[in-house]
Design a protein around this ligand. Structure first.
Ligand code: DON
Length: 584
């Protein structure tokens, strides 16, 4: 077994002040770095930028400040956490169109204060006319159509999911929860630098589709920061949803517009696909990690199983070696590798495939996997060098209300701005979630994931996700932590590391979220690290152990989390993103 003390640790000492005030930097520049950061290079600066928000009653942490405000307003007006989750979800569809959506899908973990935990799956489904090899060109390669354009879209689940969560747990009228989004779409909101830059980064692809051109490139260009962004078609679509619930989306005018859009661009979603879409309640994946109870999303997301398997392997390594140390990165990578090998082979839509879930998340299986980890040598997964096409975008939000009800939600249209197709007349982007299926055995999807037959395309099947909305209880069984992230497969490893940072390294939430992350997904056989997140000596030592180590352009996840700390909730939105936490 590895011992943290085997590692030569250079201690970084920086003298200064530690602050943890409402909405302020958790660590001021020129500060004392926490001891847990001893192996983190001095250039790592996220700890200077992370903000923690403390409040005694309720908290919303989301990927966009306006959405977090909408959520807290619902809570203040007497709504519960599920009411707020619905309002935040619709608001994100307006103010965060890169990922927030009504044209995509997601997963929600709900823990009412009574203590039972519920998992809602509103993942998109393959259209009825989808087929296993629909994305293969004549040479058997995956065509661009799995990512861009009409064929890439799965049947959206978000509106049905929001309505289902609301009908079971909501307390305020549904239309009241859609109203803020309608107002934001109709009256507009101010374009941020990041929004303008995001649209600019996908300008070429958005310009290929008429309604996307009109919506996102007014006057032929990305909107100018500081101007108002108005979405009248989207406001009208949201009004129909407010008036009629899911039938205002899955039937009638909006359904007609979706089907007409499909016919215009050679897509497959039919009236029947829309009218028959239903979300599904699932049993959450549960495990314990050093006495903390962890609840997360079961298939059709791989998030919970892969998280549980990774944590179960790590649990037997006691103590965990320090953050960003050679031994620490090694055991993380080897645990991740093993969990992802199983993920990629076994997991898929539970309505279509049988999966050995009990075995995969059992402690005895984790023990047998842990025993195969050599403390000083990297294992290997067969070498393969997929092209990693860049850039998806998902969004996570976490909410607690003043009664202790908790909701952890991840939602996506997969890539940044989904399949780039705005439904003409309806004003919302469609997802490109079909790329999450195994389009061809042995060939990677946009995240470099090489997956198996369990995740092959079938009509009406949900494509396997990595989204990991998670709730953690403390050793006494009290609500402790809510978290999740965007990042495709990196979602799972980001969530794993934040939990480990808190439980194993005693970090505050701000420290845990700001800490540098690594990622391993079995194939490609690589340890990815964030720029300046590992020291050169650590990288050299990992390479000497046989690891392939590569710096990742960009970040590994972007966590939105809430933790209980004494009498307060503490909200942290990842300094890697531009979200915010708002509480009262
Ligand atoms: O469901 C999934 O796993 C992916 N569609 C998520 C995409 C994503 O997180 C992109 N974000 N960076």
């Amino acid at each position: 077994m590895l011992d943290a003390k085997q590692l030569g640790v250079a201690i970084l000492i920086v003298v200064g002040l530690t602050a943890s005030c409402t909405g302020r930097a958790a660590h001021a520049p020129g500060r004392v770095l926490p001891h847990s950061y001893a192996n983190v290079p001095a250039q790592w600066e996220l700890l200077d930028r992370v903000r923690e928000v403390r409040a005694p009653q309720a908290m919303v942490a989301s990927g966009h400040p306006i959405a977090s405000e909408v959520g807290t307003r619902v809570l203040r007006s007497g709504g519960n956490a599920v009411d707020a989750a619905v309002a935040v979800g619709f608001a994100l569809a307006v103010v965060y169109p890169r990922a927030g959506n009504i044209g995509g899908g997601g997963f929600m973990i709900i823990r009412p204060s009574s203590g039972e935990v519920f998992a809602l799956d509103y993942r998109e489904k393959a259209p009825g006319r989808a087929s296993a090899d629909m994305f293969l060109d004549s040479a058997g390669r995956i065509a661009e159509t799995s990512l861009i354009g009409h064929l890439a879209a799965g049947v959206p689940g978000t509106v049905a999911g929001m309505a289902e969560a609301h009908s079971r747990f909501g307390s305020l009228p549904f239309e009241q929860l859609v109203a803020p989004a309608i107002r934001l779409a109709r009256e507009g909101f101010v374009v941020s630098d990041r929004m303008a830059a995001g649209i600019e980064s996908r300008e070429e692809d958005l310009a290929r589709f008429e309604a996307s051109r009109r919506q996102f490139l007014p006057g032929g260009h990305p909107p100018t920061p500081g101007t108002l962004f108005v979405q009248s078609d989207l406001a009208a679509t949201l009004q129909l949803i407010a008036d009629s619930g899911p039938s205002g989306f899955y039937t009638g005018r909006t359904a007609d517009l979706i089907v007409a859009e499909m016919e215009r661009g050679g897509g497959l979603i039919s009236h029947e696909d829309l009218a028959t879409y239903r979300p599904a309640w699932r049993d959450p994946v549960t495990t314990t990690y050093r006495g903390y109870a962890v609840y997360s999303m079961p298939p059709a997301s791989s998030g919970g199983v892969t998280l549980a398997e990774t944590l179960n392997i790590l649990e037997g390594i006691d103590p965990m070696p320090p953050l960003a140390s050679t031994a620490g990165v090694h055991v993380l990578a080897e645990a991740m590798r093993r969990a992802f090998i199983d993920r990629n082979q076994y997991l898929g839509d539970p309505d279509f495939v049988g999966m050995p879930l009990d075995r995969l998340i059992s402690k005895s299986y984790a023990t047998s996997l842990r025993e195969t980890i050599d403390p000083v040598r990297a294992s290997t997964t067969p070498e393969f060098l997929p092209q990693l096409r860049e850039g998806g975008e998902t969004t996570h939000y976490s909410i607690v209300d003043s009664r202790g009800n908790a909701v952890s939600v991840s939602t996506t249209i997969n890539s940044l701005y989904g399949n780039k197709v705005t439904v003409s007349g309806a004003g919302f982007l469609l997802n490109n979630e079909m790329d999450d299926f195994t389009a061809a055995p042995g060939q990677p999807n946009q995240f470099g994931l090489i997956q198996g037959e369990a995740n092959s395309i079938r009509p009406g099947k949900r494509m396997l996700s990595a989204m990991t909305p998670t709730i953690v209880l403390d050793r006494e069984g009290n609500l402790k932590l809510l978290l999740g992230s965007p990042g495709g497969p990196r979602i799972i490893t980001a969530v794993t590391q934040v939990i480990s940072n808190i439980v194993d390294h005693g970090m505050t939430l701000a420290e845990a979220v700001a800490a540098p992350r690594v990622h391993h997904q079995s194939l490609p056989d690589r340890i990815y690290y964030e720029g300046s997140g590992l020291r050169a000596t650590t990288i050299d030592e990992l390479r000497a152990m046989g690891h392939f180590v590569e710096q990742r352009d960009g970040s590994i996840g972007s966590v939105a989390a809430i933790i209980r700390d004494g009498a307060n909730w503490v909200g942290v939105s990842d300094p890697r993103g531009t979200g915010s936490a708002v509480g009262y």
